[in-house]
Every structure is written in C-alpha cells, then in structure tokens.
Design a binder for this molecule. Structure first.
Ligand code: HAM
Length: 415
C-alpha cells in the first residue's frame, strides 16, 4: 500500500475524469458500494478455489462475530447491491460503474499493490453479444482518452454450464496423463479448478498447455455463435484483438466471453494487463437472484498511471495557475486577499503566498508555479485602486484599474 503524493495526483485526476466522461457517454450510472463486505459474498461469488479467496483477502472478525473482508473486487458487491436495492426490477440491462480502492494481499511487485484502484463497469440483465463488444469498446475509449493508442485485447470464450463440464473432463484427462510433469500448484488445480491449468506461467506447464484441448473446439452451438458474434462486432468497431485460447481468467464466475487488454510490450520489461473482464451468466443466481446474465470489466488505475509516467504522457490542465498574485504592504495584502476571491469566483486559477511579504520571494514562487502572469498589488496600487499585470516570460508590465483586471485577464488567458 502506498501514498499517492501531490505531484502524482494530476494523473489520477485525469484518468478519473476520462472514466467519468466515458461512463456518461456510454450510458453508465454510478454505483458505490462499501469497502467492507461480508466474507461469504466473495467465497460464493468470486469462488472458493480462486487465489483471491484462498490467499489474498484481508479478513477480520468484528466484536459481534461477523466475518468481514476489505473488498478484493467489485463484481460480487455490485450483484449484492443489485439484488438488495431493487435495481433488479428496473428496466434491463442496467449499466453501472464505479471507481475505488480494492484490497488484495498479494506478493508486492511492479504494478501489483495490496491496495489498488479499479474502474469497474458492469452491464447486468441481458446476454446479447453486442453488449460484450460495446463494453470492450468502452474500455478502449477510456484508455485512448488518457493517451494509449497501442493496446490490444486478448479474448477467449470459456463456455457455459452446458458445454464446460464436458470440456473440463477432456482437460482433466489430458493433464491427468502428464500429472507428474506439472508444477505443484497445477497438480492441485487439476483437482480444484482444471481450467486454471491453462494460464499457469510455469515454463513446463506452458509447454504442456500448448497441446491441451482448446475451449473453442468444445463450445456448444449457443456459446459458439455468441463468441462469433462478439468477434464480428469487434471487427466492425475496428478494435484490435487477438484470440488467446489459454486465457481463462482467475475468477470462478466467468462464462462465455473473457478478455484482457494489454499495452504494447516495452523492450525488456514484462507488462501487466491494463484490465480484464468477461461475461458471468450464473453469478446473479449463485448470489440468490433469478437467472440473470451480466458482463463487465475491471480496469487497473494504478497500472494506467504507471504507464502514463513511463511513457511520459503529458497531462494538461494540472496544477499550473493562470496568475500568481503578489502583494506588498498591509493595504496591498488586504486588497489582494479580496482580489483572490474575485479571481476564484470568476474561474481564474490563481496562486498566492499571503504569508510571504517580499517581492523577490513571491516572484520566485510565481516562477516555480509556471504561471504565465503575475498580478502585483503594492501600497501605491492599493491606494490608486490599480494592479500591475506582469508577463512572466517577457517581464513586460502594464498597470490596469482593479475594477477592470478580471476582464483584462480573461482576454489574455483566452489568447
Ligand atoms: P481482475 O483481473 O482481478 O478482475 O482485475 C482487473 C484489473 O485490475 C487487472 O487487470 C489489473 O489491471 C488491476 N489489478 C488487479 N489486481 C491488482 C493489484 N494487486 N495491483 C494493481 N492493479 C491490480 C476483476 O477484479 C474483475 N472483478 C473484473 C470484472 C468486472 N469482471 C467482470 N466484471
């Protein structure tokens, strides 16, 4: 877990702004859920055999004996809220999003934090493949909005409750024959969660999985058509994707479409996914609702920030003020204090240091903020009801009436 320091905040603000703008334009409404949830929600929803539930939850017991966890992901919490608050009786599909912190007790490494932030988007209530495609489009629109033009989606379909059991059997038969060659984690997965064998990163297991039966050859006609349609819609939207038949994702609730979005690999460095998601047509039922489809994604905000910095993506509209207000003498300070309020009310971004009293110190500070203009209000100006506008780059100065300064500044800022 870490502090996000003031200088970093511009990246976070920029990403959150782009997320909000896209959420609005794609018709998503905001839903915020509590940071603490009942442990049972994730055991049932995320799945008992997943890494999240087995190894990564921060759990606690309250004085009253309730078992709670710091939420490790949003999806089950969204479905809980959907079922509890009557959202399930609103016209479907419901498009919901949020941004906020999640907690996973993971091994600390580059791009992986124990508190991370996700933007989470879900469409609940319908299974049409067009929704999967538009959701992936929403993901791309957000990352393009913050400056990434070179990401690619990896996509797969992992079937449904009709075709998956048969595929599982085939996988178990295939890996069972080579059990002794598998890593110890995979030997366990073979019993608990055979699909996860496909995305093991161990070199030997990767080599074996190249020959494993593929989901795509084992989908029922409904899943096959669904996947085909998703890909056709992605083609129509010109979203760059590759099929990755080893992509299964680490959470139990997925059915049919699963996807991740990856940035272009930087030389020498392994990147992590910017986000991922998929369809979950059984989750609402598992959590006590009616048979209801859903599809969603989680986008890693920390990773986006990390990559923006690595790639030196410029963020404008950050902390640079339009003017720095310099005051001198008791009367100057009083007038400046009032002028600062007038500037703020007129939406002119002003900076100042009212507790510093010398001209040189204040001009040096003005330089540091990179404000293009300074306003100087000394004893003389205060008495004359004027103020000096100084162009910080050229050093040229002009005296204007205090009553006209806002109009004059607006003209200059527009230029
Ligand atoms: P997830 O793949 O566990 O999916 O997380 C989504 C994204 O969150 C990851 O691709 C990554 O960018 C970011 N992320 C995850 N863990 C960390 C971490 N420890 N540090 C930094 N970033 C991290 C889910 O959570 C699903 N709930 C997504 C979803 C929504 N599926 C359907 N709807």
């Amino acid at each position: 877990m870490r502090d996000i320091l003031p200088l970093e905040q511009v990246y976070w603000e920029k990403i959150r702004q782009v997320i909000q703008k896209n959420a609005k334009s794609y018709g998503f409404e905001r839903l915020d859920t509590p940071i603490l949830e009942e442990e049972e929600l994730f055991v049932k929803g995320t799945g008992n055999s997943t890494d999240i539930v087995q190894k990564e939850m921060y759990s606690l017991k309250t004085k009253g004996g309730d078992r709670l966890v710091l939420r490790p992901e949003f999806t089950p919490a969204f479905i809980r809220a959907y079922l509890e608050s009557g959202l399930s009786s609103c016209p479907q599909p419901l498009k919901l999003y949020t941004v906020g912190p999640l907690f996973r007790y993971e091994r600390a490494q580059k791009g992986r934090y124990r508190q991370h932030e996700q933007a989470n988007f879900e469409i609940i209530g319908e299974s049409d493949p067009v929704l999967d495609a538009q959701l992936i489009q929403t993901f791309f629109s957000i990352i393009q909005g913050v400056g990434f033009k070179d990401a690619t989606a990896q996509i797969n379909s992992i079937g449904c409750r009709l075709c998956r059991p048969n595929y599982r059997k085939k996988l178990v038969a295939f890996y069972g024959k080579r059990k002794t060659e598998l890593c110890s984690d995979c030997q366990k997965r073979l019993k608990q969660n055979p699909l996860r064998l496909l995305d093991c990163k161990n070199e030997k297991c990767v080599a074996i999985s190249e020959e494993a039966p593929q989901t795509i050859d084992n989908l029922c006609p409904d899943c096959h058509n669904h996947f085909k349609n998703v890909l056709e819609y992605l083609d129509e939207l010109e979203i760059p994707y590759i099929l990755n038949f080893r992509l299964v994702r680490g959470l139990d609730y997925y059915t049919k479409t699963v996807f991740e979005v990856w940035p272009e690999e930087e030389e020498g460095g392994r990147q992590s996914a910017l986000g991922g998601g998929g369809r979950y047509d059984n989750l609402v039922k598992i959590l006590g609702g009616k048979d209801t489809s859903g599809v969603g994604f989680g986008m890693g905000v920390d990773r986006l920030v990390g990559l923006m910095k690595e790639r030196q993506i410029k963020v404008f509209g950050g902390n640079t003020p339009s003017v720095f207000l310099v005051q001198l003498g008791e009367l100057g300070k009083k007038k400046a204090l009032k002028l600062f309020e007038d500037l703020r009310r007129s939406n002119i971004r002003a900076a100042s240091q009212f507790s510093k009293n010398t001209m040189n110190t204040q001009l040096r500070l003005a330089d540091k903020t990179k404000a293009p203009l300074a306003l100087i209000l000394g004893q003389k100006e205060a008495l004359d009801e004027t103020v000096i506008i100084r162009d910080m780059e050229s050093g040229s100065q002009e005296t204007v009436l205090l009553s006209k300064v806002i109009k004059e500044l607006k003209k200059r800022i527009r230029r």
